[in-house]
Design a protein. Structure first.
Lengths: 264, 267
């Protein structure tokens, strides 16, 4: 019997740019009388020397995440030496223990506070990293920790790879998509009918409760400053469809952030 | 290893303590001493509900405490998760499901395969989650506990109120009282803390208050304590605060910290 909740999108694993692969599962969520989908995305970023995995998916997605990872590794990439959860809640680090066992050489980097309580026995592989620190993966690819403009848990950190110009945004740029239109595994720009503002509201309700009490203009200003500070070619969110035309799509996301408190 | 403590009639605090150093987020900047991480077993007759399950690092203590409490006194055990996507809420659920005859697990997201996060997925270590009904009480034996979303929260959260004993299970709020010594009981009838300590613990979890209009949160939180006769605050992190006077005092401390939070952003 197929899983009524978790979906293995047939388009994944999907190479977004050379050295950047999108994997993971999709989850059905009932929302206001219809069924929408949300990603728990995992990204595999490879340089010439080593590979880094951004986020892990929740425990329920493990079989799919592991199968996708094995496919990516079978296609050939440097050894996995770095695991980077964007923050310490289950959808983003729920499979961290399994990944540490699968890749015994890998270290966990980021704001790793609390993880020693969640994954006892792995303390020696936790590497605290802060904003501005960078993990070099070789060949110009590297993961720089940047401030999380949109966040929930205080351990949130975003990441940036200067080689590909990819911004990894964790809970930022989160919006659902529809299944009926075969939207799973598609980039945002491949879905012109996607109503980003409306589909952002579900996350405001589920995960970003604080948005309804907050003037989001300050967050938008900080987002604009971040995007202006470095070339961004790809935005790789944890729950939304990846973005390959940030200049156009970010405007819709900003409108969604401003509308979020009205929609919920 | 700490023993379970009965904090009110039929309500047992389970868990352990960890050093409140810079490796822990929840306790806030400048914390010292030891942080209790709690879950609670509510027993009424032969029916029991475990509210949250603690962190994996405390698993031996929690399994031991449950073993001693359940024995043959209870023949129905359920688990209730106040914050399903956080590890201090669901962290030991799979281990408890594997060890004890758990009848059901309740949480916000009815997704199978959520609980077991260590090792390969295994039979008997997971179970479907029954979605919390925000309009239905949590019935334990002959008591009906109120379940509601609190105004002070970060993620999807449920607070649970047992009117029979006046115990409010307040999940990740009111976690600002720590222990100097890990052997001290994590239940206090009197606690002196500075406003700065309360503020640090509050903002460790709810930093969003610094940029928010806090009117709704203040009014709704105050209304809960005006409406209800709360005799004990039973948080997921930090000491249990027991007694109407200590509850009133710490509610006021938290309300004050919320009032000051947006000013912090300006400072």
């Amino acid at each position: 019997m197929s899983d009524p909740v978790t979906i293995d999108p047939p388009q994944l694993p999907r190479t977004i740019l050379p050295g950047l692969v999108w994997i993971g599962a999709c989850t059905r969520i009932p929302y206001r009388g219809e069924m929408v989908h949300s990603y728990h995305a995992v990204y595999v970023l490879s340089g010439t020397d080593s590979t880094l995995i951004v986020d892990t998916g929740p425990p329920k997605d493990w079989a799919i995440v592991e199968r996708h990872l094995d496919q990516v590794l079978a296609d050939g990439c440097p050894p996995v030496r770095h695991l980077v959860p964007t923050h310490t809640e289950s959808p983003h680090c729920g499979n961290l223990g399994r990944l540490m066992r699968k890749f015994p050489e890998a270290e966990v980097s980021g704001d790793v506070r609390d993880l020693h309580l969640f994954f006892p026995g792995y303390e020696e592989r936790l590497r605290p990293r802060g904003v501005g620190e960078r993990i070099d993966l070789g060949g110009g690819t590297g993961y720089e920790f940047v401030d999380a403009v949109i966040r929930d848990i205080d351990t949130s950190l975003w990441g940036y790879d200067s080689g590909s110009g990819t911004l990894f945004t964790g809970d930022g740029f989160a919006y659902a998509h529809h299944h009926g239109a075969d939207q799973c595994g598609r980039l945002t720009e491949e879905l012109p009918e996607l109503k980003i503002d409306e589909l952002s509201a579900i996350f405001a309700e589920y995960a970003l409760y604080w948005m309804r009490f907050t003037d989001m203009r300050g967050h938008i200003q900080r987002l604009e400053q971040l995007l202006a500070s470095r070339p961004v070619n790809v935005i790789a969110p944890g729950h939304g469809s990846p973005i390959v035309d940030p200049a156009v799509t970010t405007e819709k996301v900003k409108a969604g952030l401003l509308a979020g408190s009205d929609i919920i | 290893m700490q023993d379970a403590i009965e904090i009110a009639d039929g309500i047992h605090r389970l868990g352990d303590v960890s050093p409140a150093d810079s490796r822990i987020v929840w306790t806030g900047e400048g914390a010292t001493g030891f942080a209790p991480v709690n879950c609670y077993l509510v027993v009424d007759g032969r029916d029991a509900v475990l509210i949250d399950t603690g962190v994996a690092a405390h698993r031996p203590a929690i399994l031991h405490q449950l073993e001693r409490l359940l024995t043959d006194r209870v023949d129905r055990l359920r688990i209730f998760l106040t914050r399903q996507i956080e590890f201090d809420s669901f962290g030991n659920a799979a281990a408890i499901v594997e060890r004890f005859p758990v009848e059901a697990v309740q949480g916000h997201l009815p997704w199978p395969g959520w609980l077991h996060y260590e090792g390969p997925p295994g039979e008997g270590m997971d179970m479907p989650i029954v979605q919390i009904d925000p309009h239905a009480p949590l019935v334990v034996g002959e008591r009906e506990l109120d379940v509601f979303p609190p105004p002070l929260r970060l993620l999807q959260t449920a607070w649970v109120l047992d009117r029979r004993t006046g115990t409010l299970f307040c999940s990740d709020a009111f976690g600002h009282v720590l222990l100097d010594d890990p052997s001290q009981p994590p239940v206090v009838d009197h606690a002196e803390v500075s406003p700065e300590r309360v503020e640090a613990a509050l903002l460790a979890k709810s930093k969003w208050l610094m940029e928010a209009d806090v009117t709704f949160v203040l009014e709704e939180l105050a209304a809960i304590f005006e409406r209800e006769d709360v005799h004990a605050l039973a948080p997921g992190i930090g000491c249990v605060l027991r007694g109407p006077d200590v509850v009133a005092k710490h509610v006021e401390l938290v309300l004050d910290a919320i009032r000051r939070a947006p000013l912090g952003a300006v400072r």
